[in-house]
Design a protein around this ligand. Structure first.
Ligand SMILES: NC(=O)C1=CN([C@@H]2O[C@H](COP(=O)(O)OP(=O)(O)OC[C@H]3O[C@@H](n4cnc5c(N)ncnc54)[C@H](O)[C@@H]3O)[C@@H](O)[C@H]2O)C=CC1
Ligand SMILES: O=C([O-])CC(=O)C(=O)O
Length: 281
């Protein structure tokens, strides 16, 4: 078996991490032949909660998990890591935009960028989930100048999954039969979900999304605003921001980055204003 990968999850006592740690631990991201060491970082007041998460991870009896490190110390958390899921940050509440989190969260990503620079492997892959994700990714990369910029990405995979699933549900086809959905722009209400190049397998044929949906007005209006406002709709309904779907998207993002996408060649993620994934999964 391969050497274990050291995988850091920040915000490990929070709600996204609660789903994420289980999926990573059971092999959904790095595969069934890849052992891992999970590194769990949170702030000092959350160490008690984190102990409970570790108890549960142990009780899951996951064969691929070769060790669990639980810490609030940045040097211990970032030393020698191969992958970082940067989740630890404040979530927004009802009525807020993601950019309203800048004041609370940007300083976390400055500090943790510096820790990446000092302690992580130079080929570490970093996924920033904490909002506002694009700005935080940019800051993280800026404060880790010894790590290539292309090793940083911001999570818009949740928007991509939302767009893919909306089209699939509209047509009554499996999600896996919709691909090449693009999200342009930041993970914010100004993003643009684009299905101009999307394909759908329907009735045994591959069709362009517009041809398959046969409702241009829906695709140009309601579809776009539903994806743009989905995070806020979930907060209004759950009184908490999305967590299960965010964890799934983080797993999808790193799995495809680590292993490559299944079928279609071009797969690029920028930390700035464009996030593209052409993907059939
Ligand atoms: N990019 C995306 O698609 C999505 C991003 N998010 C964002 O992810 C972030 C986390 O969301 P949740 O897990 O729901 O929040 P949560 O509040 O349940 O958990 C956040 C955890 O981060 C910890 N934390 C705070 N400061 C930290 C620091 N300096 N170092 C390490 N840990 C720290 C907290 O103690 C807490 O345990 C939020 O900013 C949220 O807006 C959420 C959903 C989707
Ligand atoms: O909307 C939020 O604040 C959480 C998030 O990023 C999402 O669900 O897309």
């Amino acid at each position: 078996m391969a050497e274990p990968l050291k995988v850091l999850v920040t915000g490990a006592a929070g709600q996204i991490a609660y789903s994420l740690l289980f999926s990573v631990g059971k092999g959904d991201v790095f595969g069934q032949d890849q052992p891992i060491i999970l590194v769990l970082l949170d702030i000092p007041p959350m160490m008690g909660v984190l102990e409970g998460v570790v108890m549960e991870l142990n009780d899951c009896s996951l064969p691929l998990v070769k060790g669990i490190i639980c810490t609030h110390d940045l040097e211990e958390a970032f030393t020698g890591i191969d992958v970082a899921f940067m989740v630890g940050a404040m979530p927004r509440r009802e009525g807020m935009e993601r950019k309203d989190l800048l004041k609370a969260n940007v300083k976390i990503f400055k500090q943790q960028g510096e820790a990446l620079d000092k302690f992580a492997k130079k080929d570490v892959k970093v996924l920033v989930v904490g909002n506002p994700a694009n700005t935080n990714a940019c800051i993280c990369a800026k404060y880790a100048p010894s790590i290539p910029k292309e090793n940083f990405s911001a999570m818009t995979r949740l928007d991509q999954n939302r767009a893919q699933s909306l089209v699939a549900n509209r047509l009554g086809v499996p999600n896996s039969d919709v691909w090449n959905v693009i999200i342009w722009g930041n993970h914010s209400s100004t993003q643009f979900p684009d299905v101009q190049h999307a394909k759908v397998k329907i009735g045994g044929e591959d069709k362009n999304a517009f041809e398959a949906v046969k409702d241009d007005s829906w695709l140009k209006n309601e579809f776009v605003s539903t994806v743009q406002k989905r995070g806020a709709a979930i907060i209004a309904a759950r009184k908490l921001s999305s967590a299960m779907s965010a964890a799934k998207a983080a797993c999808d993002h790193i799995r495809d980055w680590w292993n490559g996408t299944q079928e279609v060649g071009f797969n690029f993620q920028s930390i700035f204003s464009i996030n593209l994934i052409f993907l059939k999964n």
